[in-house]
Design a protein around this ligand. Structure first.
Ligand code: GUN
Length: 280
């Protein structure tokens, strides 16, 4: 039976560290880290994520400013808010929750954020810094995954890492992060042929495809480390990841649960990035 990588526990350790660092920052320099969170529209999942981010901020003593905008907000209005926040000394991090409504261009929105306040790590400047091996703000989910691996004392260097999913938010930045840590990295996606032949090579397998329980035990190597980024609601209401947890846990050495795995780490890394932005 695999070791369960408990994201709730690991993220609590990170949040405790952030809390004490934030206190030091306030005592020594009078700075309170401030995060602005912008949510446009009524996406149900986004509302939950945003609420979690805001309450995490408050828990560690950050200032949290919330912008809940109606679905029909113009792009111009959003850009205007971002430009004001870029110049606001009390705000160190700016986060626009994705996805945005169809009439708004997410690239334009992200490129308007001051890269030093882009605590999601989505701005091309931050993506480029990661690409060149000298990252500034690293996207929260990939960073949280590497943090989980590190905190379990699992070596990355020289390992075969296989990522299923090539999104800009998870798959691609995670590949760069693991490459920077000297893993041999393969990215698979919906058009990959013989997927299970590739996934079976993985010492570290990351599932980030958004397809419920697609990774079966027959697709992994004995003793693999299996990280599940998926979060899917089944018709019967059950919440599952991209990994068939029960059967894969029999064969893996380490596995993350859903919920309570990667999700809490994503939020913890948002706090770490915001603390960094405030400390400079
Ligand atoms: N939507 C899904 N994941 C994320 C994330 O990490 N940040 C933002 N801003 N939106 C998301």
């Amino acid at each position: 039976m695999a070791i369960i990588m408990d994201g709730n526990r690991l993220s609590r350790d990170v949040r405790n560290h952030v809390t004490s660092e934030a206190l030091r920052l306030k005592q020594n320099r009078g700075i309170v880290p401030g995060l602005a969170v912008i949510l446009v529209g009524e996406d149900a999942a986004s509302k939950i994520y945003v609420k979690r981010k805001e309450s995490a901020c408050k828990e560690v003593g950050f200032l949290s400013r919330e912008f809940r905008l109606p679905h029909d907000t113009t792009q111009k209005k959003i850009l205007q808010i971002i430009r004001e926040l870029n110049h606001d000394q009390s705000i160190h991090g700016i986060l626009v929750q994705l996805p945005l409504p169809g009439h708004i261009n997410p690239d334009t929105v992200i490129e308007t954020i001051d890269p030093r306040k882009d605590v999601d790590g989505f701005h091309p400047w931050n993506v480029g810094r990661l690409f060149s091996g000298d990252p500034y703000h690293i996207a929260c989910t990939p960073r949280g995954i590497v943090e989980m691996i590190d905190r379990h004392g699992i070596e990355i260097e020289g390992k075969e890492a296989v990522i299923v999913g090539r999104s800009n938010i998870v798959g691609k930045p995670l590949a760069l992060l693991l490459l920077n840590r000297h893993a041999t990295v393969t990215i698979c996606h919906s058009r990959t042929k013989n997927l299970s032949e590739v996934t079976k090579r993985a010492d570290i397998l990351i599932a980030a495809a958004g397809r419920p329980e697609m990774i079966k035990s027959g697709m992994i190597k004995d003793g693999a480390v299996v990280i599940d980024v998926g979060i899917n609601r089944l018709d019967n209401g059950r919440l599952v990841g991209d990994v068939a947890f029960a059967e894969v846990a029999e064969k893996a050495s380490h596995i993350t649960p859903v919920p309570g795995g990667v999700g809490p780490m994503t939020i913890a890394m948002l706090l770490v990035n915001t603390l960094k932005a405030a400390s400079l």
